[in-house]
Write a protein that binds this ligand. Structure first.
Ligand SMILES: *Cc1c(COP(=O)(O)O)cnc(C)c1O
Length: 462
């Protein structure tokens, strides 16, 4: 049949919409979604006709209706689905960073109804938004006051704009970083309306470099945590302590952009991350960090520091545009309470996963391997590997861990199939093996992981 004739056989959008086979779907699917699926299916058939000259034009309508039904079914699936994280990357940005503590999830549920967000229940009068949460955060970090915005990127812009707009902000050339997602500090400075005053060199900056740059137009000094990269070799930068003690009578603030936001010294796990409490203790005027990295809470940007500077942030009109919702505040309050109660390593999933011992991981790994049938075990090894904190923290600092390693061909297919089951399992695919790292898999999910491996590997050829 001629190409033009076959193209003419394609029904119109209206003809497809009217056909009987879609009468049920018409009742349950919103009209614009249905129209968009019909258009997509018609386009697909048209393009098949254009590229494949042998394709018959019989049953065109049936083909389109089938493809509409498939499209509707896949749309109906919830798009944000729970994932079992077998990557071994604890703060996996693509998987939503920190999983929350049970208490935080309960508190989110409660906050979703009416809640005393801006109300003092005792006096019945309006109160500062979530005043109690800010108090808890100040207490947990040892700061005078706290403020919460949408994320740490927003916190950085707010702090720079409120404290140093139109003035110079001194920063080491070694700190002019790109955090990810195109968030580059020089651009952030520009959008906050502050003037960048670079000092030192990429690898070496001294306290005196900062001192030499101070002038009546200085608005602030900022130190930015390296987060996602490491410098080794001929490298120097002044510690926060040196900077703070050498500038005791400063009229401007020293800002510490920490990002990762640990409240603990993590060096016993081999991690070299700044500690928020220590920065505050050393005398940083303002510190900011993400709520959903090592703090282990919901996505937000937490700003802590001296009252006189935080008041300036509060009075910036932009703060209203950056505020977080009551559900986030509920989770944040619970997370902060857990830190204050001394239970963080027991109750916050991020810190639990960080601190599981290699022996415990080995025993879980053996347990998982043991659940598999002999045939499947043949294709799966038990290997030691490295897990990572992720989320732009601790680059190159691995944590010793154990994984099941699927080897052989077909790894792309297997990893895709693991992601597409009733519950998605996300592993770490390397050149010649698929790793399922035990560190980030919740112990309750091991049974399910075993059953999926069994299903998939007993009928996939190696
Ligand atoms: C991660 C990070 C940010 C950005 O934090 P978000 O909460 O993702 O916006 C900013 N600064 C530093 C140093 C970081 O590590």
């Amino acid at each position: 049949m001629e190409k033009s004739e076959r193209l003419r056989s394609i029904p119109s959008v209206d003809q497809v919409l009217q056909c009987n086979e879609l009468s049920e779907v018409r009742k349950i699917v919103a009209h614009p979604i249905l129209v968009s699926c019909v258009r997509g299916s018609i386009e697909q058939v048209r393009s098949e006709f254009l590229h494949n000259h042998d394709l018959s034009s019989d049953n065109v309508l049936d083909r389109i209706v089938n493809s509409v039904n498939t499209a509707i079914q896949s749309q109906a699936k919830q798009s944000l689905r729970p994932v079992i994280n077998a990557t071994g990357i604890i703060l996996h940005t693509n998987l939503g960073r920190a999983p929350l503590a049970h208490l935080a999830i309960e508190r989110m549920r409660a906050a979703a109804a009416y809640t005393n967000l801006e109300l003092d229940l005792e006096s019945g009068k309006r109160n500062r938004r979530a005043a109690n949460v800010m108090q808890l955060l100040a207490m947990a970090t040892g700061a005078e006051d706290a403020l919460v915005v949408n994320n740490c990127a927003a916190a950085t812009v707010l702090v720079l704009q409120s404290l140093a707009s139109g003035r110079e902000v001194i920063i080491s050339r070694g700190h002019l970083v790109e955090i990810g997602g195109g968030f580059r500090l020089p651009d952030v400075f520009k959008s906050a309306g502050v003037i960048l005053r670079e000092v030192g060199t990429t690898n070496r900056t001294y306290c005196s470099d900062y001192h030499d740059a101070i002038s009546p137009t200085t608005g602030a000094i900022i130190q930015v945590h390296h987060s996602n990269f490491a410098q080794i070799g001929f490298v120097t930068e002044p510690s926060l302590r040196e900077l703070v003690t050498s500038l005791e009578d400063r009229p401007f603030p020293i800002i510490h952009d920490i990002g990762s936001g640990s409240l603990y010294d993590l060096s016993k796990f081999g991690l070299n991350e700044p500690c928020v409490k220590e920065s505050i203790h050393l005398g940083a005027d303002v510190c900011m960090f993400s709520g959903d990295k090592l703090f282990g809470g919901p996505q937000c940007g937490i700003i802590v520091g001296k009252k006189r500077w935080l008041e300036r942030l509060q009075s910036n009109p932009i703060v209203r545009a950056l505020r977080v919702d009551k559900v986030t505040l509920g989770a944040l309050e619970a997370t902060t309470e857990i830190h204050l109660s001394g239970q963080a390593f027991r109750q916050l999933p991020v810190l639990q996963m960080l601190s599981i011992s290699p022996q415990e991981l080995l025993s879980r790994c053996k347990g998982l391997h043991h659940k598999l049938s002999a045939g499947v075990k043949n294709r799966i090894g038990l290997v030691d590997c490295e897990s990572f904190v992720g989320g732009g923290t601790s680059p190159g600092q691995g944590l010793r861990s154990y994984a099941l390693s699927v080897e052989g061909t077909n790894l792309d297919f297997i990893s895709k199939s693991l992601r597409s089951g009733p519950r998605a399992i996300m592993g770490r695919l390397t050149e010649n093996r698929l790793l399922l790292d035990l560190r980030t898999i919740d112990a309750c999910d091991l049974e399910y992981v075993a059953s999926r491996l069994e299903e998939l590997l007993s009928d996939v050829e190696s």
